[in-house]
Design a protein around this ligand. Structure first.
Ligand SMILES: [Zn+2]
Length: 461
C-alpha cells in the first residue's frame, strides 16, 4: 500500500480525529481557557505517539506549552522542522456562529470550527502525512522534528526563551511553516517575503492642565495643532515618506518582480472599486501592488485628544496622542528605522510643547529567494498537486514567527500550508474545506519525499 492509499482509506476516521482536536477550545488569550490549552497540548503529544513519532513531550513555558516530537532515523537526509500552532483565536461572538465554534460540524463540503483553518487543519494534516509514511514504508524520507506552539495568536511571548533553551533539540536544516495559505482552491502560491513592523506612540503636552480658550487662546501652542503638524511632516505631497534615512536600506524591486506584480496583482481599478475610496494614494513611482508589499509605509493608526462629546467645549487640551506603525521591507533594520523616527520627531516638534515618544514592537521583514533549494522543491510539489505553477507572492502583512525562527534557531523557514484567503479565520464561522482536508496530507507526504532528495545544510549538527 502507498502512503496515498493509506490516507484515502483512513479519511472517515481522520475526520472524526480532527473534530476531536477542534473541539478542544485552546484559546491562548483567555486566562479561563488555560486548562483547555494544556489539555490540547496533552492531546497532541498522545497523537504524535500514536502516529509513530518519538520523544513526544509537552514542554512547559512561562505561559502555554510547546509540543515537541521527532523521528530521526534517516541518516544523511536533511532534518526538517515542522512548525505550527495549536492555539486558536477566541470565539466569544457565538451568536454569529451557525454551529457552535467548538463543536466541529461538516456542512457544504466544509468543516466549521474555530481553528479549523488557522491552523489545526494544517497541523493535523502534517501528522497524518507522517503516520501514512510510517505505516506504509516503516520509514521517513527525512528526519522530522515537530514544534507546535500554543501562543502564536498572542505573538509567541515564550518562544525566544524556549528556543534558546532548546536550540540543540530544535536544530534543523529547513523549517516548514504550515501556518500559511494558497491563493485559491485551484491556484497555488509561493510566499517569498513578508513585511516587518515597527511602531511608536506620541504624547504631545502643552500646559499642565486643559486651558480656557477664551482666557488663554492665542497665547499657547495647542497640542492638537502641534500633533497635526508632526503628522503632516511624515509624508511629502507625492506620498514619499519624509523621514530622513527611512529608505536608506530599502532594496530596489527587481524589474522581474515588478513585471510579475503587474501581471498577477489586482488592477488599480478593481482595488479602487473594492475599497470605496475616491482615489488611491501613496508613494510616487510605485504601483499599488508594489506599495502594499515591497515598499515600506508609515501609517497613523490612531489620533486623539481634546473634547469629543456633544456640543462645544471651549478648551485648549493639555495633551494630544498618536499611534503609528510602519511596515518595513527586507533589509531594513528596525533599530535604524526607530532611530530615524526619533530624530525626525525631535526636529519636527514645534516650540511651545513637549513630545514624549515610546517606541516598540519591532519585527523585521522576512525574505527567502525563489532560487532557494527548498523553494524549488515546494514549487515542484505544488505544480504536481495543482497542475499549474505556483504564483510567487510578496505579502504585505507580518508573520513574526518567520524572522523569530531565523533569529533564534538560525533556520530558514518556508511557508507551506493549505488555508485559503476566504476561510474566515479570526472571524465567525471559520471553516476548512474538505478539499483542503484531502489535499494537505498528500501534499506533506510529497513535500517530505522531495525534501529527502536535498543535501542537509551545515545548520544540522
Ligand atoms: Zn495561525
Amino acid at each position: 500500500m502507498t502512503p496515498q492509499d493509506h490516507l484515502t482509506n483512513q479519511h472517515a476516521g481522520a475526520l472524526e480525529d480532527l473534530k476531536t482536536f477542534l473541539n478542544i477550545p485552546s484559546v491562548s488569550t483567555q486566562p479561563e481557557r488555560r486548562q483547555d490549552v494544556q489539555r490540547c497540548a496533552d492531546w497532541l503529544k498522545t497523537r504524535f505517539e500514536n502516529a509513530g513519532l518519538e520523544h513526544a513531550e509537552v514542554i512547559q513555558t512561562a505561559m502555554h506549552p510547546i509540543v515537541y516530537a521527532d523521528w530521526l532515523h534517516a541518516p544523511g537526509a536533511p532534518t526538517v522542522l515542522l512548525y505550527g500552532h495549536y492555539d486558536v483565536q477566541p470565539a466569544a461572538d457565538t451568536e454569529h456562529w451557525v454551529s457552535p465554534p467548538f463543536e466541529a460540524t461538516v456542512r457544504e463540503q466544509r468543516i466549521y470550527a474555530r481553528g479549523a483553518s488557522d491552523m489545526k487543519g494544517n497541523v493535523h494534516a502534517m501528522i497524518r502525512a507522517i503516520e501514512a509514511l510510517l505505516e506504509t514504508t516503516r520509514s521517513l524520507p527525512v528526519n522530522v522534528k515537530f514544534l507546535i506552539e500554543g501562543e502564536e495568536e498572542i505573538a509567541s511571548p515564550s518562544f525566544p526563551a524556549i528556543a534558546k533553551q532548546e536550540r540543540e533539540r530544535f536544530k534543523a536544516d529547513y523549517c516548514i511553516c504550515a501556518d500559511s495559505l494558497q491563493l485559491s482552491e485551484h491556484e497555488p502560491m509561493l510566499v517569498l517575503s513578508t513585511r516587518g513592523v515597527v511602531g511608536f506612540e506620541l504624547t504631545v503636552t502643552g500646559a499642565r492642565i486643559d486651558l480656557h480658550s477664551g482666557l488663554q487662546g492665542g497665547v499657547v501652542m495647542n497640542p492638537l495643532v502641534a500633533l497635526a503638524r508632526v503628522v503632516a511632516s511624515f509624508h511629502h505631497d507625492d506620498g514619499r515618506i519624509a523621514v530622513d534615512g527611512f529608505y536608506d536600506q530599502v532594496i530596489d524591486i527587481p524589474a522581474q518582480t515588478r513585471a510579475l506584480l503587474a501581471r498577477t496583482a489586482p488592477s488599480e481599478a478593481s482595488r479602487l472599486e473594492a475599497l470605496g475610496v475616491p482615489a488611491l494614494w501613496g508613494e510616487a513611482g510605485f504601483s499599488a501592488a508594489e506599495r502594499s508589499t515591497l515598499r515600506p509605509t508609515l501609517e497613523p493608526n490612531g489620533l486623539w485628544g481634546g473634547y469629543q462629546g456633544a456640543g462645544n467645549m471651549t478648551v485648549i487640551p493639555s495633551q494630544a496622542h498618536l499611534k503609528v506603525t510602519c511596515r518595513i521591507v527586507p533589509n531594513q533594520d528596525p533599530a535604524h528605522i526607530l532611530e530615524c523616527l526619533r530624530r525626525h520627531i525631535e526636529q519636527h516638534t514645534p516650540p511651545g510643547v513637549t513630545i514624549h515618544a515610546t517606541y516598540g514592537g519591532d519585527t523585521p521583514a522576512y525574505h527567502v529567494p525563489l532560487e532557494h533549494p527548498a523553494h524549488r522543491v515546494i514549487a515542484a510539489v505544488l505544480r504536481e498537486l495543482y497542475g499549474r505553477d505556483p504564483v510567487p507572492s510578496h505579502q504585505g502583512g507580518t508573520v513574526p514567527i518567520l524572522p523569530m525562527l531565523q533569529r533564534h534557531l538560525g533556520v530558514t523557514s518556508l511557508a507551506f500550508g493549505f488555508s485559503l484567503p476566504d476561510d474566515q479565520y479570526h472571524a465567525p464561522n471559520e471553516f476548512w474545506r474538505l478539499s483542503s482536508f484531502h489535499r494537505a496530507p498528500l501534499a506533506f507526504v510529497r513535500l517530505l519525499e522531495e525534501l529527502g532528495r536535498l543535501e542537509p545544510t551545515n545548520q544540522n549538527g
